[in-house]
Design a protein around this ligand. Sequence first.
Ligand code: UDP
Length: 450
Amino acid sequence: MEKKDISYGAHNILVFPIPSQGHINPMLQFAKRLASKGLKVTLATTISEAKSMQIGSGAVHVEPISDGHDSVADKDNLALLTDGSGTLTRLIQKHENSGNPFSCLVYDSVLPWALDVARQLGLYGASFFTQSCAVSAIYYHVNQGKLDLPLEATPISIPGFPQLRISDLPSFVSAPESYPSFLVLLLNQFSNLEKADWVLVNSLDKLEEEEVRWMERLWPVKTIGPTLPSMYLDKLMVGDNDYGINLSNPNGKACQKWLDTRPTASVVYVSFGSIANLEEDQMVELAWWLKESNSNFLWVVRASEQSKLPNNFVEETIEKGLVVDWCTQLEVLAHPAVGCFVTHCGWNSTLEALSLGVPMVAVPQWTDQPTNAKYVEDIWGVGIRVKVGEKGLVRREEMGNCIREVMEGERGKEIKKNAGKWMEAAKEALAEGGSSNKNIDEFITKLINK
Ligand code: UDP
């Protein structure tokens, strides 16, 4: 990747995400943007993740750190989440001792203890939110005791925000008993946030105007997204074509070759991201519809999920479908053959579809996905959310109706128009003079003048 001539020599930034694809992707992209603007940037990540990173030489230095679970098989065991102060302190001190000290720590918002480490060692601290401002607002209100859990089944009103049903809330809030430790982790994002020098959010002003304004009233917030590789947005960073990290073999060429043989806007792309596990019944409902419909499909079924596919599904659908265990999602979404994205509405996937103008069928599973799905359907008008039936199952007919409506129906026309509008807004935000680009410049200027 090209670097600008300016060098802010003394300003060496450490970026510290949790080791999960949905957090590393946006924080690494932000790191690359800083590097492209002349800053020295190091990204610290666990040894198992660092092995799979292929970052353009010279752009961002990757520093592998140990969380005590360094093989890929161990990576679900995130000791780093709760007790990483020692590791982080040692890393910062090592750089200090080698005459290459960090001046600022950009840390994942779910690691608030990292700010305490930064403060103790004399670094500036910027909390990086990989979730939407709307989702942050909900967690904040719960943390403040303004939304008492468990919630009543009435519309939830946060002043200035759209009314929400229980089913629109992050799952850790609507079902607090489901993953209590994750809820604690997410509420803790605010435990010391008032001490942060910056709060950086992977969103863009236009997308969440009210929500961004609300955050600005509380903290020094800067939206810096969407954090897609530059080639998909502003094209200002030559050579920034992909995230540079993949959970598994992305089957890039096979997917492109297959998509090239399909007509424009004919393919249903299906993916539930890097973590969500579907119930077997749900996989069967979806598989059934994909098999019986007239649509072409590209379905990402992670290796650990493949045993849930009906027997012989791949062989019996070979004419019209491709099943892969992972793909280069951005390349797929950018391909003209793709007509709609059946998505779990992870925040990165949502921003990617918005930025590339791909209409969505929202099938949220857990965590912040229900809130993202609510915004996709009702606020941004870029998709349709499926209705969940008995036993939490989305039936094949419902799945099919939503996909058909998005691809061919009347609502689909409006959705495609809106999708085009948001694609422009995303490009604008990162272009010269755009809101996120300006915010990144302001962050750098303030940092070097501090
Ligand atoms: N992704 C990918 N290939 C796939 C599926 C997902 O590259 O086959 C990427 C996707 O582009 C996104 C990330 O993995 O950047 C998933 O993040 P998201 O927030 O959407 O969901 P999560 O995996 O955290 O649930």
